[in-house]
Design a protein around this ligand. Structure first.
Ligand SMILES: [Zn+2]
Length: 286
């Protein structure tokens, strides 16, 4: 069993006066898979996974530093002090060894993470981040309450069209309305409707009603949203199952926007808007 802790650091040039260098960006990227292990987070031959390499390049281009880890134990109050933004692409109950057998999160990991966000931390979850710490029957888990929605299901991959509902929002300023791309499109449930600000919906288009795609017989539904939590900022982005999504310059520009916003740049714009922008609730249609 290897444990790889990769730190890529570029010192911020002392002479740089550019506006984007005025605040540090120290990212912790966690990819432990206690549940299903996605190919984009799988390390082979001791090398960083596909998404780890891509995210590292993006953060370095932004002048930041990144620590890529599969050790969920690094999510603790003391260690979180070293970071500005925490990114999850995880699955399952991270306090358990689970599928990848990587080190587990301590019993206070989630509460430490939430306290750190409340004190001003930024949290970004990609794709399977909301397939993590599922809610027990009859209640909502603290992690799901925090991230704002919980993975419910997905069908076969298809070319989905993204409908931007807040085009000027700084967290998605490079996301073009109507962008169509192939991915595995997560459908979420248990939305924290009183807290989240929906940024984009997925339009299943032609597969809505097509044989084999029954899950998508629903109205356009939220795939990217954000929220405030006291002084902190939280963003969830359902994209990122496929390697070629991580490769896509449009996705990489979106990731940059996501990280910058989570790091406190740009207007907050996190007023809850669920009932105003989501056609009907998914729960009603399922
Ligand atoms: Zn997936």
């Amino acid at each position: 069993m290897y444990r790889l802790l990769f730190t890529a650091a570029i010192a911020t040039a002392m002479a740089c006066s550019c506006a984007h260098a005025d605040k540090s960006l120290r990212v912790l990227y966690l990819t432990k898979s206690a549940g299903f292990e996605h190919s984009v987070v799988k390390r082979e031959d001791g090398k960083l996974s596909y998404s780890e390499r891509t995210l590292s390049e993006i953060v370095q281009k932004m002048g930041g530093t990144i620590t890529c880890t599969k050790d969920a134990g690094l999510v603790n109050a003391e260690n979180l002090k070293n970071f500005d933004v925490v990114v999850f692409c995880t699955t399952g109950d991270l306090t358990q060894p689970g599928t990848d057998k990587e080190p587990v999160m301590g019993p206070n990991g989630v509460s430490d993470l939430i306290a750190w966000i409340k004190a001003g931390g930024g949290f970004v979850g990609y794709h399977n981040a909301n397939d993590t710490f599922h809610s027990p029957e009859g209640s909502i888990s603290p992690y799901v309450e925090m991230i704002g929605g919980e993975f419910a299901t997905h069908g076969p991959q298809f070319d989905g069209k993204i409908k931007v509902v807040d085009p000027k929002h700084p967290a998605i300023q490079d996301l073009a309305d109507g962008w169509s791309l192939r991915d595995e499109w997560y459908i979420s449930k248990n939305f924290n409707t009183g807290a989240i600000h929906v940024l984009a919906l997925l339009d299943p288009g032609k597969v809505r009603g097509k044989k084999g795609y029954d899950a998508y017989k629903i109205p356009n539904y939220p795939i990217i949203w954000c929220r405030a939590l006291d002084k902190g900022r939280i963003l969830y982005n359902a994209l990122g199952h496929r390697e070629d999504v991580w490769d896509n310059p449009k996705f990489q520009a979106l990731v940059k926007d996501n990280l910058n916003w989570a790091n406190g740049k740009g207007d907050l714009k996190a007023d809850p808007n669920f009932s105003a922008v989501v056609p009907t609730t998914i729960e009603e249609k399922k």
